[in-house]
Design a protein around this ligand. Structure first.
Ligand SMILES: [Zn+2]
Length: 335
């Protein structure tokens, strides 16, 4: 329980819906998380049941933080999938059957009795990093969330770039290869950044090179398990495997190409890299080498003034950025 004399009221409920889990937290007016946790999405039970379980779980969090619904000003909700942000609608949820064409914003508002701010999950994460994370002291930020897929978020002067058709900030689908043999992205199009730098894509690229006979300690993993993951690549790079280190450098170069295109449109203060696909982040040599490869390649691709002034770094909030950012957007809209 958080001592209530340190809490800045009002507080906000932040909800970050994912295909596997839903993260829920109570965040105070200064961006401090008072209580948080997660539940299984169990998407096959449908969105009405999902909303009911979100509310049940939130009530447990209120008890934990010594709060109640009266102290909550508004709810922020981030979701994946294709949506109509202006209408508050989920349109197409690829990994959540039964959630398509659902008016999630009005339903959640009706069930909680609170106004609901609704946005794309990657923009919510970006807003979290902007509000109280790595981007805290800056005016504008681009975030790339590297996981199973690649999410993108853009914040300019406290505003999320949702776009006129709810497809703003889709940095994972920046085109980095327009040649005939460009890789196919899960969205169906070719040459998109996600097809090169997501955890899934890194694993696929690595496996192809191993099948082509690349000399590496990863060959043993490939023969034993029939596949390798981006975590295996990080581990073997850390142990000094030259091929694994080359894969990390190459991934950094692909990412730098996408980042540079985004820089040339937005020109932000900072680019933040979130998500679990970071080869260990600042904590490991492999993670630091990844970041250095990205920075170095951007230096080769961009204008001198951006090369000197744009900060490129890992995110700091981890998987909390989504619900904190959703709460932050609720604060901005209804606070
Ligand atoms: Zn795509």
């Amino acid at each position: 329980m958080v001592s209530s004399d340190h809490v800045s009221f009002p507080a906000y409920l932040g909800v970050d819906v994912g295909g596997t889990t839903i993260k829920i937290g109570i965040v105070d007016d200064s961006g401090r998380s008072l209580a948080h946790g997660k539940i299984d999405t169990d998407h096959e039970r449908g969105p009405e049941d999902g909303v009911r379980r979100i509310i049940d779980f939130a009530e447990g969090l209120f008890a934990e933080a010594g709060l109640n619904w009266e102290q909550i000003r508004a709810v922020g909700l981030g979701t994946p999938g294709t949506m109509d942000v202006k209408q508050g609608m989920l349109l197409h949820m690829p990994n959540m059957s039964g959630w398509d064409d659902f008016p999630i914003r009005s339903y959640l508002a009706e069930q909680t009795g609170k106004p609901v701010a609704f946005l794309n999950d990657a923009n919510a994460a970006a807003y979290g990093e902007y509000w109280v994370g790595r981007g805290q002291e800056y005016d504008s930020l681009i975030m790339f969330t590297l996981g199973t897929g690649v999410g993108g978020g853009v914040i300019i002067h406290d505003t999320t770039l949702d776009g006129e058709h709810s497809h703003g900030s889709e940095c994972g689908h920046i085109i980095i290869d327009s040649s005939a043999d460009a890789r196919q992205c899960p969205c169906g199009q070719f040459g998109h950044l996600e097809a090169y730098v997501s955890a899934t894509s890194v694993a696929k690229r690595t496996q192809e090179m191993l099948a082509d006979g690349a000399e590496s300690s990863l060959q043993a993993i490939q023969s034993e398990h029939g596949e390798v993951s981006s975590l295996d690549v990080a581990k073997h790079a850390e142990q000094g495997d030259a091929f694994a280190n080359q894969m990390i450098r190459e991934t950094g170069h692909y990412l730098a190409t996408g980042i540079t295109s985004a820089l040339h449109i937005i020109d932000p203060d900072i680019v933040v890299l979130g998500g679990a696909m970071n080869f260990g982040g600042h904590q490991t040599r492999a993670g630091r080498a990844f970041l250095e490869a990205i920075r170095q390649r951007i230096r080769e691709l961009t204008f001198p003034v951006l090369e000197e002034n744009t900060i490129i770094d890992f995110a700091t909030l981890g998987s909390d950025s989504g619900y904190i950012g959703a709460a932050g957007v609720a604060r901005k809209q209804f606070g």
